[in-house]
Design a protein around this ligand. Structure first.
Ligand SMILES: [Zn+2]
Ligand SMILES: [Zn+2]
Length: 416
């Protein structure tokens, strides 16, 4: 009851008071944490559960896997995969889907694909997960091929798989293809598009630079556009530097979602690129008046099966001194003529600290960082430059997608 009502702390208090915890007790708490996005607590609790000697079942494992997916904890997820086999759940489709999703969201698309390929029975959920997986990584062409393949095998698509394929098309710039899919929903499959699909199409048109078409499309909607629809237009205005339309989209979106900080930050960035100082200060005042607070940026990176959390500018890590030394070295590599101190706000953004830490402790040639917010333009340039000097693939999953940095360029083609 407490979990369902959103009171995770009260549920935990009760949980702690139960002397003899059954599997059901553990599952209720683990799924509760997992549903409310408390991934770290899920992993801690799962540790406790193992210590207590209670064996997990499918419900436990799905909860823990989805937390690994959110946190980018691939090593822990990989251990779970072994555990699943040992416990005899190896052929459970439910768990296979969860594993696939975990690998895709941790940046390991090849492992996700291997699991998908080996599945004897692929459900609509499996297809949705793999199509979405490729989409997140900017490989929209593969998503489209998979979608068509799914249709050929006779599976009837639902609204969720259309969201995945439309998102994939927009991240890969497949505008025409995406529009075809959108219009086929009703015509071919008798599915009424929801606002989520409309926002995908706005994103699709907007990214392709067809801003006025995107606006007309919003006005032609049969239902009232919601926040994400206008938000997609605002995001497109940022990419294509259209200040006028951005103002309009912003006015609409803050009316619907006045507390969503992301939109204020977007418009403020648009003003800053247009050198509009007045605009920036207007946004600041508006945020102060409405009490909208900026979420602190943080990043996770996993090393040797342990998750390390970095906040922007944080100095609480045991390897703090080495991390900041490394950051200075990287800064010098990237900008040898600039003796800028490592103190300005963007130079200590959480993903940079995570990367410096990972480079210090690396055993593999891949570094995967999970970040809660959208990566900023400064850090994007920084990581691209850093990737020239190392034989590493730097992967950053930000709030919207994956960025794969290698040899000085990014898989998003600077389009995010
Ligand atoms: Zn940044
Ligand atoms: Zn990128």
């Amino acid at each position: 009851m407490y979990v369902h009502c959103g009171s995770v702390q009260k549920a935990r208090k009760l949980f702690d008071e139960i002397p003899q915890k059954s599997l059901i007790t553990w599952n209720a708490m683990i799924s509760g944490y997992s549903q409310h996005g408390h991934g770290m607590e899920v992993l801690d609790l799962y540790q406790d559960m193992q210590t207590s000697g209670t064996l997990p079942d499918e419900v436990t494992l799905v909860g823990v896997l989805s937390s690994c997916a959110n946190l980018g904890a691939q090593r822990i997820g990989h251990d779970l995969e072994k555990k699943i086999d040992i416990l005899g759940y190896g052929s459970n489709t439910f768990l296979k889907n969860a594993l696939m999703n975990m690998y895709a969201r941790c940046g390991n698309l090849s492992k996700a694909t291997a699991i998908f390929d080996a599945m004897p029975e692929k459900s609509l959920i499996s297809w949705t997960a793999i199509i979405g997986g490729y989409g997140m990584h900017g490989q929209g062409k593969v998503s489209v091929e998979l979608f068509d393949q799914m249709i050929r095998t006779g599976i009837k698509p639902d609204k969720a798989v259309f969201v995945s394929v439309l998102t994939a098309c927009s991240h890969a710039g497949l505008t025409e293809k995406g529009l075809d899919y959108f219009y086929s929903m009703e015509k071919k499959y008798n599915l009424k598009p929801s606002t989520e699909h409309y926002s995908c199409v706005v994103d699709l048109l907007g990214r392709a630079g067809q801003l006025s078409k995107a606006r007309d499309f919003i006005e032609s909607m049969p239902m009232n556009p919601d926040g994400p629809v206008w938000g997609a237009l605002l995001g497109a205005c940022k990419i294509h530097k259209n200040v006028e339309l951005a103002k309009l989209a912003f006015d609409k979106v803050v009316e619907l979602e006045p507390d969503n900080i992301g939109y204020y930050v977007l418009l403020s960035n648009i003003y800053s690129e247009a050198n509009d100082k007045e605009g920036i200060s207007r946004i600041r005042i508006m945020m102060r008046e409405r009490g909208v607070r900026k979420d602190p940026g943080y990043s996770f990176v996993e090393r040797n099966g342990k998750l390390h959390l970095f906040m922007a500018g944080s100095k609480s890590h045991p390897q703090e001194k080495e991390i900041y030394d490394m950051l200075r070295k990287l800064q010098h590599l990237v900008e040898p003529n600039n003796d800028r101190a490592i103190s300005t706000s963007t130079s200590v953004h959480s993903e940079r600290l995570a990367i410096a830490f990972a480079l210090l402790n690396s055993t593999e040639e891949k570094i995967c960082v999970i970040k809660n917010l959208r990566i900023c333009a400064d850090c994007h340039v920084f990581v691209k430059s850093v990737s020239k000097f190392f034989n590493f693939e730097f992967i950053i999953r930000d709030a919207t997608r994956f960025h794969h940095f290698k040899d000085g360029s990014c898989s998003c083609k600077d389009f995010w």
